[in-house]
Design a protein around this ligand. Structure first.
Ligand code: DGJ
Length: 710
């Protein structure tokens, strides 16, 4: 059977081209350069079934016998037959190196589907379809799915879910028969978005088991699913959830699915994150290093903007070694609280008679970059812009005046209809003006509500609104290429590879509680590398949970991300201030390693402990953090493995923070393990297989181990 074989990064993707319907015959471990005659993979034909083997097409179709979720749903409009069941067959293909393009067409229906596949360096597969209407009438498109087969060994599903301040927590279940679907109808990615949907061998862990995993790079409505059909085959995939009637392709028009990213690993989730992280880091627009230390003033001042206080904060930040100062919500017209002002993107003349210039000057003259918060996609009904342009507020029906009904408010705000060219241009012009007037290095781009009843001219518009937001970001980046942008959405409600293609980091959560952050960052890091995950040391008592944590636990949690501070640091004095300055120094010393090395997570049997680390590409250095996230069932942790080091290299392991002298206060023990006093010497193999006995930690405390090749 003729086939396309893409091989890269230990992965093989084999697409059979025999017969009418191209099909993925294998996606998983590398098969080597030679393939047998692939006719040997033709399935049996059972009784009470179709008379020919059922083909799982590159785009699954009922016309090829597939009884799982169809790859394409839609119908032709007009007087002719609706053509509800496409019969797409191979029309042409192109294969070069690790890229392939395959075209299928249904001549009678006047429809073609082109599939684009790239197997990237680290083995990450990127896949998308483009549907073209080649007929003479409109074609209404309901759904187009990107689907891949999962190996038969994959029988357990892991995906992520969450809520505000508790994003990206794992949930597991057996695959069984049937469909496990995660739908997101938030109009944005969503706090509960799966980020990653993985299927693996039972009990697969951080560093063991076979895993097939996928991520959908889209910031609008979407579905991700795992579908196990009666014949025993399992597929995983994703589709955009299109609004009723939103996509009707005119003759010659095309619809492109968002990109689906998929990885396979034979050594657990660490192999999956390595594929994603390598893909991110290979991008030409991956943000520049070193990633600066941030001070965000939100939890220090909230809406109470005062030049004197903010200048004191800038002073205090510079003294601690901060490199980027970010002015959050509250600086623009009418914005004294969250009831009013969104949309009026002019510096408030009452608060800032000389514009932001005095503050920008205070920040930049102290050697720091200046960053500014915006929320361009939103509008308060109580704003000049809403009063002047009631038709710019999105809703289920066209709005001709301020009396027209609005969707339910969320944080007192509505969505600006960016599909409306006038509204889009207004926002572009205001942001462009601000970026041109001030030396702004960084925008914190917020988005604080779900899109409800989202429509433009009476037609659902989440799809078009999402593309309009992307266009806005793209245009501003082209005009201001040096400005970095953070994707924030009530914390971490917009974390996906669609938004991350045009932004430089994400705000993982509004929760700065280090305990919550341990989990949020662990699971966010499955896909997003640490240099793109904003992670701040918050106040001693977390504002969103009321929990109080030592500085060392907060600092060690923030360390494994794009590090910053978010509290009133003017109040931090004496020994605590010295320790905070030390934590900033610790980040600066290790950020190059953390932001380029390989993330590793140990499979620690004690659920009260989490161990994660980062190992330099050349294996010469590593950092590991051991965090106690609860009280343990055992008296002491015993030996904990330090995985991922070069097996035959000899390493020195030292406890570097809070430091051996903190043993009496931090560790609840009569004496720490013997090696803590002078460090330990052992091979990478020994450290991975045997590990080291760890100190007894108080719950909600952590230690940092520095590992250096001898
Ligand atoms: C929500 C964000 O996630 C916060 O960090 C902060 O910027 C507020 N919005 C401001 O309104």
């Amino acid at each position: 059977m003729p086939a396309i074989h893409l091989r890269q990064g230990g992965i093989s993707l084999v697409i059979g081209l025999d017969g009418g319907c191209p099909q993925v015959l294998h996606w998983g471990a590398d098969l080597g350069p030679e393939l047998p005659d692939l006719g040997i993979l033709d399935d049996a034909v059972p009784h009470s079934a179709l008379d020919v083997p059922v083909v799982l097409g590159l785009l699954p179709q009922a016309s090829a016998g597939w009884r799982g979720r169809p790859g394409l749903c839609g119908h032709r409009l007009g007087d002719g037959p609706p053509g509800f069941s496409p019969r797409l067959s191979l029309h042409g293909w192109f294969h070069h190196g690790r890229e392939a393009t395959i075209e299928q067409a249904d001549e009678e229906l006047g429809l073609s589907v082109t599939t684009f596949l790239t197997l990237h360096d680290g083995g990450l597969l990127e896949m998308r379809h483009e549907v073209a209407n080649r007929g003479g009438t409109d074609f209404a498109l309901d759904a187009v799915s990107v689907v891949l087969p999962v190996g038969r060994a994959g029988t357990e599903i892991l995906d992520l879910t969450g809520r505000w301040c508790r994003e990206r927590h794992p949930q597991r279940r057996p695959a069984g028969q049937g469909t496990w679907v995660r739908s997101g109808r938030h109009g944005r990615t969503g706090h509960d978005s799966p980020l990653l949907m993985a299927v693996g061998t039972p009990g697969f862990g951080n560093r063991h088991g076979k895993v097939w995993a996928g991520h959908f790079g889209w910031s609008g409505d979407h579905e991700q699913f795992v579908d196990t059909v009666a014949d025993g085959r399992t597929v995983m995939g994703a589709a955009e959830l299109l609004g009723s009637g939103e996509v009707a392709l005119g003759p010659g028009e095309k619809y492109a699915t968002p990109r689906y990213f998929a990885a396979y690993s034979d050594h657990g989730l660490d192999g999956i994150s390595e594929a994603f992280h390598r893909w991110f880091r290979a991008r030409s627009h991956h943000p520049s290093m070193p990633r600066p230390v941030v001070l965000n003033v939100w939890e220090a001042v909230y809406f109470n903007h005062d030049l004197g206080v903010l200048t004191e904060l800038a002073d205090s930040a510079a003294e601690l070694g901060v490199e980027r100062f970010v002015l959050d919500d509250g600086w623009f017209r009418h914005r004294r609280n969250d009831l009013a002002g969104l949309g009026d993107w002019y510096v408030d003349e009452g608060l800032w008679p000389d514009g932001l210039h005095p503050l920008v000057e205070a920040v930049t003259s102290r050697g720091m970059q200046f960053g500014l918060w915006v929320e361009p996609e939103m509008v308060n009904a109580d704003s000049d812009v809403a009063r002047a342009h009631p038709d710019w507020i999105a809703g289920p029906a066209p709005r001709h005046d301020a009396g027209s009904p609005l969707p339910l408010p969320w944080r007192h705000q509505q969505v600006l209809d960016l599909v409306n060219p006038g509204a889009w241009q207004y926002i572009y012009d205001r942001l462009d003006a601000l970026l041109s007037e001030y030396p702004i290095s960084y925008l914190k781009w917020d988005q604080n509500r779900d899109l409800a009843e989202m429509g433009h001219d009476g037609v659902p518009s989440v799809h078009r609104q999402t593309l309009a937001v992307y266009r806005l970001l793209d245009a501003l980046r082209a005009a201001h290429p040096r400005v970095e942008i953070e994707s924030c959405s009530s914390g971490g409600a917009r974390v996906d590879l669609g938004i991350l293609e045009r932004t430089d980091r994400i705000w993982a959560s509004d929760c700065n509680d280090a305990l919550e952050r341990q989990a949020i960052q662990r699971w966010t890091g499955l896909v997003v590398p640490p240099e793109l995950v904003g992670s701040h040391i918050g106040p001693t008592t977390a504002h969103t949970t009321g929990r109080t944590h030592d500085l060392s636990f907060r600092a060690l949690t923030a360390l494994f991300g794009h590090f910053g501070l978010e509290w009133d640091i003017r109040q931090v004095r004496g020994a605590e201030r010295d320790e905070l300055r030390g934590a900033v120094g610790l980040y600066k010393r290790h950020r190059a390693l953390i932001h380029t090395g390989t993330m590793v997570r140990a499979d620690v049997p004690d659920p009260s402990l989490m161990l994660h680390g980062v190992v330099a590409g050349d294996g010469t250095r590593a950092l590991f953090a051991l965090a106690a996230v609860a009280t343990s069932y055992s008296e002491q942790p015993g030996r904990v493995a330090l995985p991922g080091l070069a097996p035959d290299t000899l390493y020195r392991v030292e406890l570097c923070y809070p430091g051996p002298d903190a043993a009496g206060t931090t560790f609840v023990q009569a004496s720490p393990p013997a090696w803590v006093a002078g460090g330990a010497l052992a091979s990478g193999r020994f450290l991975a297989e045997v590990g080291l006995p760890m100190p007894v930690l108080n719950p909600e405390h952590a230690i940092l181990l520095e590992v250096t090749a001898r």
